[in-house]
Design a protein around this ligand. Structure first.
Ligand code: ZN
Length: 280
């Protein structure tokens, strides 16, 4: 494919460093321009993730967040500026994305993700990137993505630690889902929130950037998928570890005798609101 047939002059220049990469090339860049990615949480992880996906030319970016920017966010949520305090995060993020790359279409979803809206929310998107801030949402997104056959790139941070993996158990084979690893949400209070435990802002930058890399790899099909591997980052030790993840045949979601076949397990009143980590 001759990329010159498909790109404007300004696109050829903007994406020149991608197009020259064999693993991306004109074909991969064209695919990015046609792609739709939903980022859940415009917080610590979502901030670098959205900025890199916008810069990369992902054609449509959905931003799901029901919060407003607060002063304590700015230590790590670098998509928001001091002047944005009080503004809806979807609006603030959309403005920053437009500054980076006005060609990107941004769809703001200023809502709380619940079982009743999640399937409709994720339906139009090719890849879902979860940077949410509580276990209830994390499990809901995992289950919804499996049922909707969507690839999920998921990251989490706390203090000086980060985790990252890709889940596409709907493809079968060896691909695990989040529930194969973490069967159910931990009891409230067992794991501190970022508000309680703290988080080094730049760790969010590291993990959100890694998440952007994995989303782009999934979209263009470059390299090895992170499905089946958990990346663990220990910032204090300056160490990355890759842990092999196995599909659990007894998984209640993707296992042979699955008991979770819809989202009704999430319907109970959710008590995770208070353990919310505003980092995202
Ligand atoms: Zn599973």
């Amino acid at each position: 494919m001759n990329p010159k047939l498909d790109f404007t002059e300004s696109q050829l220049e903007r994406y020149a460093r991608h197009i020259i990469l064999g693993e991306v090339g004109g074909r991969g860049q064209a695919k990015l321009l046609r792609s739709k990615v939903l980022v859940i949480g415009a917080g610590g992880l979502g901030a670098p993730l959205l900025l890199y996906l916008a810069a990369a030319g992902v054609g449509t970016l959905g931003v799901a967040d029901d919060d407003a920017v607060s002063l304590s966010n700015l230590q790590r949520q670098i998509i928001h500026k001091s002047a944005d305090i009080g503004r809806r995060k979807t609006k603030s993020a959309a403005a920053a994305i437009d500054d980076v790359n006005p060609e990107v279409e941004v769809i703001g979803h200023d809502l709380r993700i619940v079982p009743e809206n999640v399937m409709e929310l994720i339906a139009p998107y090719d890849v879902i990137a979860d940077g949410s801030d509580n276990f209830a949402t994390r499990f809901l997104i995992n289950d919804a993505c499996y049922l909707a056959k969507k690839t999920l790139v998921s990251a989490a941070i706390l203090r000086f630690d980060g985790q990252l993996s890709t889940f596409k158990a709907h493809l079968g084979g060896d691909h695990p889902c989040y529930r194969c690893i973490f069967r159910e949400p931990p009891p409230p209070g067992l794991i501190p929130s970022c508000a309680e435990g703290g988080v080094l802002g730049a760790v969010a930058g590291v993990m959100g950037s890694l998440q952007a890399v994995e989303v782009i790899k999934e979209l263009v099909g470059a390299g090895e998928s992170l499905s089946g591997t958990l990346v663990i980052y220990d910032a204090l030790a300056s160490r990355f570890r890759n842990v092999r993840l196995k599909r659990d045949p007894g998984c209640p979601l993707c296992g042979e005798r699955a008991t979770i076949t819809d989202l009704s397990i999430h319907a109970k009143p959710e008590d995770g609101r208070d353990e919310r980590c505003e980092t995202g």
